[in-house]
Design a protein around this ligand. Structure first.
Ligand code: RIB
Length: 305
């Protein structure tokens, strides 16, 4: 088995506007600067893996337009293997409209475009070319049957399956048993557990509820408070470095990419979560999705400060 990480997921072009506050329904806000940069949860996670030193193949779908071409060109420059990138000539690439407020919090609307046409068979064909891979990393910005099929194949091959359940969605019961590690944020964990998370003890209770549904290990990311990990019945709270937040977009993606890299290198889960928290804490100090993803040496330096 190699150290290969396969990321199956979405690829978007992000259109970002900085604003004093996120508009209410019916409200127009005069915003600040505009930034267009490649995003999409799957693509962000693949770039994070590459920048942090992992061996990564991305499986996803772009449309027949300039955005898809630009994103795939950038992947080549980043060292992401693009042999699993497919194109659909009949629809546009995915687009995300993002507003980021003064505190760095965001609101995102995604028009999935070609991401919605990534079929189970597409993924199976590509996965067959990488039989000895170690980790599958997948999110929920592509069709659920595709997520489930990819997880089932990977599980059957003895790969470690990491599901980042974003954006928040419910999962069919069979799905939980296919996942080794699930990485919800607070909103997603509340949805999956049916419990409110207000502090570390309630995060622990939610993690236990999610674990009881069939997932081996549960990691709930808590932003500035780091993450909680429930591993084999043992609970840990892993703090994050305290930084000044500029934009939280893609912080979760960086966390997941970093987690996968550390695990592919054989690190213990608790140490992998700590590495992921440090990587994500750098991403929030910068604007944008892929533009905010740190390189490995930056994260290593971050551990010494
Ligand atoms: O997780 C951040 C990402 O969510 C953005 O890049 C946007 O494209 C949406 O997919």
């Amino acid at each position: 088995m190699s150290n290969k990480i396969i990321v199956v997921g979405s690829m978007n072009m992000d259109m970002v506007v900085k604003t004093s506050h996120i508009p209410q329904p019916g409200e127009t806000v005069l915003g600040g600067s505009f930034l267009m940069n490649p995003g999409g949860k799957g693509a962000n996670q693949a770039v994070a893996v590459a920048r942090l030193g992992g061996d990564v193949t991305f499986i996803g779908k772009i449309g027949d337009d300039i955005f898809g071409k630009q994103s795939s060109q950038l992947f080549d420059e980043e060292g992401v293997d693009t042999n699993g990138m497919l194109a659909d000539d009949n629809c546009p690439s995915g687009i995300a409209l993002i507003t980021v407020d003064e505190r760095g919090e965001n609101s995102i609307v995604v028009a999935p475009g070609a991401n919605a046409h990534l079929e189970p068979n597409d993924v199976e064909e590509v996965l067959n070319n990488y039989p000895y891979s170690k980790i599958l990393l997948v999110q929920l910005e592509i069709p659920m049957p595709t997520v489930e099929h990819a997880a089932r194949i990977a599980r059957g091959r003895g790969m470690q399956v990491i599901l980042n359940p974003a954006p928040a969605n419910s999962l069919v019961p069979a799905m939980f048993n296919l996942i080794d590690i699930i990485t919800p944020n607070v909103n997603e964990a509340e949805m999956l557990s049916g419990m409110q998370i207000v502090d570390i003890p309630s995060a622990k209770a939610a993690a236990e509820r999610i674990h009881a549904q069939g997932v081996n290990h549960v990691i709930i990311t808590l932003g500035r408070q780091g993450a909680v990990l429930l591993e084999a019945g043992v609970f840990h709270h892993i703090p994050a470095p305290q930084v000044e937040t500029v934009d939280t977009t893609a912080a979760g993606d960086v966390f997941n990419g970093a987690l996968a890299v550390a695990l592919s290198e054989g690190k213990a889960l608790k140490d992998a979560v700590s590495f992921a928290c440090r990587a994500a804490s750098i991403a929030v100090t910068r604007m944008g999705a892929q533009s905010s993803i740190p390189f490995r040496n930056e994260v290593l330096l971050n551990s010494m400060t």
